[in-house]
Write a protein that binds this ligand. Structure first.
Ligand SMILES: Nc1nc2ncc(COP(=O)(O)O)nc2c(=O)[nH]1
Length: 260
C-alpha cells in the first residue's frame, strides 16, 4: 500500500501533495513503483496535528480522489480512503474506492452502516483515540497490550459481522504508533504473527514512524529501516504493508521473497 496524504501537516510528507495535481501525479508514481493499493488520506493523524472537520477533510479529497481512482483502476491497482469519518467514507465509496481504511476503528458510529451497505473491503485500525493525544496511555507489559489488541479485534469483527459485513472484506491493523510507545510498536512488529489467530489479513503501517527515531530522526531517512521491516513483515505473512516509499520497500520485498 502506498500512503498518499493530501494534508498540510502529515508527519512525514505533510504539504507535498496538498495540491490536487501533485497528489494525482504522486499516485501514478506510487503505482509505477509497484503499489497494489493507494491509501489516500485528508486528515493527518500525527500527534499534535490539528483535527479538522469532516467537511474540510472531504474538501481536501474530493478533487483528486476520482482522478486517483481512474488512474488506479486503469492500471489494475486499487484505492483506499484513509478516514475516521463515516461521511467521508460514504462520499469516497461513491467515487469507487475499493477499501475504507478506518483509522478510527469504528469510532464513528455511522461507519458500520456505511461499510455494511457497501461492497468495499474495510481496514479496522486499533488506536487509543484519534487525534492521538499527547498524553501517553498507561499501559501494562507489551504482552498484555497484544492480548488487549486481539480482544479489541475480536469485538470489532463481531460488530462488523453482526452488521452483515462478510468476514472476507475485513482487514485488521494494530495501529503502529498512535499513542503506543516505541517499545510497544517494536513488540507488535516482532510478534505480528500472533494476530493470525483471528484468521484475517493484517495491515501494518510502520513507515517512517517514531519507532525508528533511535535509528534516524528525519522522516525520509527512515525509508531504509522501514523497508527492512517491510521485508520482515513479508516473512511473517503480513498481507498489507503501508509505506510512503514504495520503490524501496518493493526492493526489500523482492529480496525477501527470493529468500523465503
Ligand atoms: N491502516 C493504517 N492507516 C494509517 N493511516 C495513517 C497513518 C499515519 O501515518 P502517516 O500520516 O505518516 O501516513 N498510519 C496508518 C497505519 O498505521 N495504518
Amino acid at each position: 500500500m502506498g500512503a498518499l496524504n493530501i494534508t498540510p501537516d502529515s508527519f512525514s510528507d505533510g504539504g507535498k501533495f496538498f495540491n490536487s495535481e501533485n497528489a494525482v501525479s504522486h499516485a501514478a508514481r506510487l503505482i509505477a513503483d509497484g503499489a497494489a493499493v493507494i491509501d489516500v488520506g485528508g486528515e493527518s493523524s500525527a500527534p499534535g496535528a490539528t483535527s479538522i472537520s469532516q467537511e474540510e477533510e472531504w474538501e481536501r479529497l474530493r478533487e483528486a480522489l476520482p482522478k486517483i481512482v481512474d488512474i488506479a483502476h486503469s492500471s489494475g491497482a486499487e484505492v483506499s480512503v484513509d478516514t475516521r469519518n463515516a461521511r467521508t467514507a460514504a462520499e469516497a465509496l461513491t467515487f469507487g474506492v475499493d477499501y475504507v481504511n478506518d483509522v478510527g476503528g469504528l469510532m464513528d458510529p455511522e461507519m458500520l452502516p456505511v461499510v455494511a451497505r457497501s461492497k468495499a473491503k474495510i481496514i479496522i485500525m486499533h488506536n487509543f483515540g484519534i487525534p492521538v493525544s499527547v498524553v501517553k496511555p498507561k499501559l501494562g507489559a507489551p504482552e498484555q497490550l497484544m492480548e488487549e489488541i486481539i480482544e479489541w479485534f475480536h469485538a470489532k469483527v463481531d460488530a462488523l459481522v453482526s452488521a452483515g459485513v462478510d468476514k472476507q472484506r475485513i482487514i485488521l491493523d494494530p495501529g503502529i504508533g498512535f499513542g503506543k510507545s516505541q517499545e510497544y510498536s517494536w513488540h507488535i512488529i516482532k510478534n505480528v504473527s500472533q494476530f493470525k489467530v483471528l484468521g484475517l489479513p493484517i495491515c501494518i503501517g510502520h513507515s517512517r514512524k517514531s519507532m525508528f527515531s533511535a535509528i534516524s530522526t528525519e522522516p525520509e531517512s527512515r525509508d531504509f529501516p522501514t523497508a527492512v521491516v517491510s521485508a520482515f513483515l513479508l516473512s511473517q505473512g503480513v498481507e498489507f504493508i503501508r509505506v510512503h516509499n514504495v520503490s524501496l520497500s518493493m526492493v526489500a520485498l523482492k529480496v525477501a521473497s527470493t529468500l523465503l
